[in-house]
Design a binder for this molecule. Structure first.
Ligand code: CO
Ligand code: CO
Length: 352
């Protein structure tokens, strides 16, 4: 009897932890020609989730791509998680997906074609759940399996939820728990003693559609999703672009319980450590916040939740609507202030 293939064993780095570290790209992008087309409403300069291109006064396109090496062992789950992750960047702009293309690298000498078939089926089912079809794509031979989508969505040009308008007095709402990078790394290493990967796959393959629709309909000052740079890394992009500072209350942040156990046992992906090092220049941790707690806040997520900056007097309405839409984890995790633009402060607890 042949053992099923474990896809993660074919990947040196998994999921969004395979992303180049944040500092790497920012420097390179700065040396490219400036984007001067006035129809580019959101381009690469603000490190946002997706580009937005205006077609008319009523219609703009949301354009994004995301792909990576296997984050989980099952081909169907890998396809579903990669699709949910790629679609998320459209929701993170307040947009609605329209259609998508597959991006595939496949080691056809190492794996049978049925494996690729299952990856594509997982992605197609997830796209259908999002109300769209994957209408084409491109496949190359590669050493490691690679899968993802290029997604096109639509949005009204006046309703783009970029990351550069967070305002002092806002509260920050997070819609999925952290710890996905730590748990998937434990599973890849054969150290997932608690069997937490099942819950992690459920969280990662959950679309941010319901959360995105609720937040877009109520409005938010800024919106992003939490993926490879971790909660603090994506929040850094928000506070830098918005010229504000943020305060995170550790005790309020939802975390998958197994992630605490694994990080204390020394398990965490290289991408998480890279985020933690990169963020040292921007984040001030209270003295009682441990290194393990810092790593959780920097953990490289794959298909993590949305992070919304919402006016304080709207927060309870938005939270109730999120809970009613089935986004039960949605929680206020911090606040936006104006005292030291570009910085993030992490306290253990505090009043909102
Ligand atoms: Co994003
Ligand atoms: Co992305």
């Amino acid at each position: 009897m042949t053992q099923p293939v474990r896809l993660t064993q074919l990947a040196k780095r998994a999921g969004c932890a395979a992303k180049q570290p944040p500092g790497y790209l920012f420097a390179l992008l700065g040396s490219l020609p400036l984007i001067t087309d006035p129809n580019v409403l959101v381009g690469s300069s603000t490190a946002d989730d997706a580009a937005v291109y205006k077609l008319s006064d009523e219609l703009a396109l949301v354009l994004t791509t995301d792909f990576f090496t296997p984050i989980v062992d099952g081909p169907y789950d890998f396809g579903a998680v990669a699709a949910a992750n790629a679609l998320s960047d459209v929701y993170a702009m307040g947009g609605k997906p329209l259609t998508a293309l597959s991006i595939v690298g496949f080691p056809d000498a190492a794996l049978p074609p049925e494996v690729l078939g299952e990856i594509l089926r997982g992605a197609a089912d997830k796209a259908a759940e999002a109300g769209i079809a994957i209408v084409g794509g491109h496949t190359i031979k590669s050493e490691e399996p690679i899968f993802g989508l290029a997604v096109v969505g639509t949005i009204h040009p006046d309703r783009v939820l970029s990351n550069d308008h967070a305002q002092p007095g806002d509260v920050l709402i997070l819609t999925k728990p952290l710890g996905l990078g730590i748990i998937t790394t434990a599973a890849k290493n054969g150290e997932d003693k608690l069997g937490a990967i099942t819950e992690a796959i459920r969280v990662m393959s959950t679309l941010n559609r319901a959360a995105g629709e609720v937040i877009a309909s109520h409005g938010a000052h800024a919106l992003t999703d939490v993926t490879g740079f971790g909660l603090l890394g994506h929040l850094r992009n928000v506070v830098t672009a918005s010229k504000v500072n943020a305060r995170i209350f550790l005790d309020r942040v939802p975390v998958l319980p197994a992630a605490w156990e694994y990080v204390r046992a020394g398990v965490s992906p290289g991408g998480t450590h890279a985020n933690h090092r990169f963020l040292a220049d921007w984040v001030t941790y209270a003295p009682d916040v441990s290194k393990e707690e810092q790593l959780i806040l920097c953990d490289a997520q794959t298909s993590g939740g949305l992070l919304a900056s919402v006016a304080a007097d709207q927060a309870e309405t938005v939270l109730s609507a999120l809970h009613a839409a089935g986004v039960s984890v949605a929680t206020i995790v911090g606040t936006i202030e104006s005292t030291s633009p570009g910085r993030i402060f992490v306290d253990r607890s505090g009043a909102l």
